[in-house]
Write a protein that binds this ligand. Structure first.
Ligand code: PEP
Ligand code: MG
Length: 331
C-alpha cells in the first residue's frame, strides 16, 4: 500500500466520472508543512494557528507569528493555505492568559474559547490579523474563523482584518493579492442561519469534531463516549446533507476539515452528500485519493440518498457492502 500512496502522490484525485475532488491536509506546526509535497495534498485546508500559542511559554509576538505564517506560505508555494485564527480558551487555556478569565468555564468546549475569546481580546486578533496580512503580501490569503455561532461574529472578526488592511494600505505596505474569508461550521446553530451567512463568506468548512460533540451533546474528549456516536449516524449525515444543500448555487466553497473526512467509509458518505473538498490528517491523503479515483459520484449520491431516506440498521455495514460490491477497499 505504501507504494500505492507514493504513486498517488502526484496524481490528481479525479473521480471515475471525472470530477476533481480537492484533498487537502490539516497542519499546525512549521514542521508539518514539509509533509505537504510528500503526501501530495492540494494545500492546507486547516492550519491550526493556536499550536504556536500552545507550545510557547509566552504569548507569541507579532514578529514570531509573522515568521511562522510566511514560512508556511513559502513552503506551500502556489498551493493554498487556510489559516484558522486562534482556537484557544476553554480546555486549551494558556498559562499566560489570566486564569481567572477561564475560572467559570465548567463546560470548556462550550465556553469562552476561539472566536468568542478573540473578539473580546481584540488585541490578540488584531496582532494575528496584521501578522497574517503582512506574511501574505503579494499573494492570496485565506482566513477562517472558528466557532462562529452567529453571523455577526463573522462580521466582527472580518472587521478587525479590514481595519488592519486600511492601516497597512495607508502605510503604503504591500498587501495580499486577494483575501478570502471563511467560517467554520461547528456550532449547530449556524446551520439555521446559513442564508444570512453565505452571502458574506467565500468558503465554509465543517468541523465535524466539534460539530459531532455539540449535535450529540457528547464530550469529544470523554473516552466513555468515544465509541457511542457514529459519524455515519443518520443524524449527522442528514445534518450535513442539509448544510450541503444550503450551499448549492451560493458560490461558497464547501469543505470538511474534521477527522471524519480522513476515514474511508466516512469520505464515501461525504462525497455522496456533495462535499468536494476534504481537509484531512496527512496520512489519510493517499488512502482517500485512492478511494476518490474509484467512485462514480452519481451512483454514490443515489446510494446515499437511499440510505438517508430509509436508514439501514447498520449504516457502516451498508456503505462497506456497497463499496465491496464495486471492489473499493475500505479497510
Ligand atoms: C473540528 O472541530 O472539527 C476541527 C477541525 O477543529 P478542531 O479539531 O481543531 O477543534
Ligand atoms: Mg473545532
Amino acid at each position: 500500500r505504501q507504494a500505492v500512496y507514493a504513486e498517488l502522490r502526484d496524481i490528481e484525485p479525479f473521480t471515475r466520472c471525472g470530477t476533481r475532488i480537492e484533498v487537502m491536509m490539516n497542519a499546525g506546526l512549521r514542521d508539518d508543512i514539509s509533509t505537504l509535497p510528500l503526501v501530495g495534498a492540494d494545500g492546507i485546508g486547516l492550519f491550526r494557528t493556536e499550536f504556536q500559542f500552545l507550545v510557547s511559554a509566552t504569548l507569541p509576538q507579532r514578529e514570531r507569528q509573522f515568521r511562522l505564517y510566511r514560512d508556511v506560505l513559502d513552503a506551500a508555494g502556489d498551493k493554498p493555505v487556510i489559516f484558522r485564527t486562534v482556537d484557544i480558551g476553554g480546555d486549551k487555556a494558556l498559562p499566560y492568559l489570566r486564569e481567572s478569565e477561564f475560572e467559570n468555564d465548567e463546560n470548556p468546549a462550550m465556553g469562552w474559547r476561539a472566536l468568542r475569546l478573540a473578539l473580546e481580546r481584540g488585541g490578540l486578533l488584531k496582532v494575528q490579523a496584521r501578522a497574517l496580512i503582512e506574511a501574505a503580501a503579494g499573494r492570496s490569503l485565506y482566513v477562517m474563523f472558528p466557532m462562529v455561532s452567529e453571523p455577526w461574529e463573522f462580521e466582527a472578526a472580518k472587521k478587525v482584518f479590514d481595519e488592519q488592511l486600511t492601516y497597512l494600505r495607508k502605510q503604503k505596505k504591500m498587501l495580499p493579492e486577494a483575501i478570502h474569508f471563511g467560517a467554520m461550521l461547528e456550532v449547530p446553530a449556524l446551520a439555521e442561519v446559513l442564508d444570512q451567512l453565505l452571502p458574506r463568506i467565500s468558503f465554509l468548512s465543517v468541523g465535524t469534531n466539534d460539530l459531532t460533540q455539540f449535535l450529540f451533546a457528547a464530550d469529544r474528549a470523554n473516552p466513555k463516549l468515544a465509541e457511542r456516536y457514529d459519524w455515519l449516524s443518520p443524524a449527522i449525515l442528514r445534518f450535513l446533507r442539509r448544510v450541503a444543500q444550503a450551499t448549492v448555487g451560493s458560490g461558497v466553497d464547501l469543505g470538511i476539515c474534521g477527522e471524519m473526512g480522513g476515514r474511508r467509509l466516512e469520505a464515501l458518505a461525504l462525497l455522496g452528500l456533495g462535499f468536494r473538498r476534504l481537509s484531512i490528517t496527512p496520512v489519510s491523503v493517499g488512502p482517500i485519493k485512492e478511494i476518490v479515483r474509484q467512485v462514480d459520484l452519481r451512483e454514490l449520491e443515489k446510494a446515499v440518498q437511499g440510505w438517508l431516506s430509509a436508514p439501514p440498521e447498520n449504516m457502516r455495514a451498508a456503505i462497506a457492502g456497497w463499496a465491496d460490491e464495486r471492489g473499493i477497499e475500505t479497510d
